[in-house]
Design a protein. Structure first.
Length: 195
């Protein structure tokens, strides 16, 4: 099956992603716009600060147990509320992506997991204000009973071959199809994080 790593829900090429940025975080002056290496970016005319908006780093975890995958239904305040996804979340500034995966899964599902491998890295262009680079990991349950928490209102096990509930992210659907087609082994992870 062909690998896919870029997922788009809108034409992100025409979007500078900085329309909501009005004031300089350095000195508080109003922003203007400049042409910086052929990209229009907010720039402070007072102090010269240029605002570079970058994608958010995130993790997503394919948890497999008894040939089933754990999915979570997204809460009402989440992006794509009411739809289902793999347990996922943002990587905090002071944590490694593997630590973020362990934390996010624990917060969202109550489970302690054993990460097996890295199975993909995606660029997700979800909206003008939400671009993410997502490290997708394969894991198994180490301890616990799944219970929805944090951004999820429900968790359930599904056959990855389907039928699946309405999914929030095309990237999750793709990884489930690929996993069913070839049981992705992936890249090994840091020994310090193996359980």
């Amino acid at each position: 099956m062909k690998i896919k790593q870029v997922f788009t829900t809108y034409d992100f090429c025409d979007n500078g992603g900085c329309k909501a940025i009005k004031y300089c975080p350095s000195c508080g002056s109003p922003f203007s716009y400049c042409n910086d290496h052929h990209r229009i970016r907010p720039q402070c005319l007072q102090c010269g600060f240029i605002y570079y908006k970058n994608p958010a780093p995130a993790v997503s975890v394919l948890i497999i147990e008894n040939q089933h995958v754990l999915l979570g239904k997204r809460g009402p305040d989440s992006f794509a509320a009411g739809k289902w996804c793999l347990p996922c979340g943002y990587i905090e500034y002071n944590e490694a992506f593997l630590t973020a995966a362990l934390r996010e899964v624990k917060e969202e599902t109550g489970l302690t997991i054993a990460i097996q491998s890295i199975i993909n890295v995606n660029s997700n262009f979800l909206s003008e204000n939400l671009h993410a680079i997502v490290v997708v990991l394969l894991a198994k349950v180490a301890a616990g009973i799944p219970a929805a928490g944090d951004d999820l209102v429900e968790v359930a096990w599904f056959d990855p071959a389907g039928p699946l509930p309405e999914m929030a992210f095309a990237a999750d659907e793709d990884i489930l199809k690929r996993y069913c087609a070839q049981k992705i082994a992936g890249l090994p992870i840091d020994d310090d994080f193996r359980r």
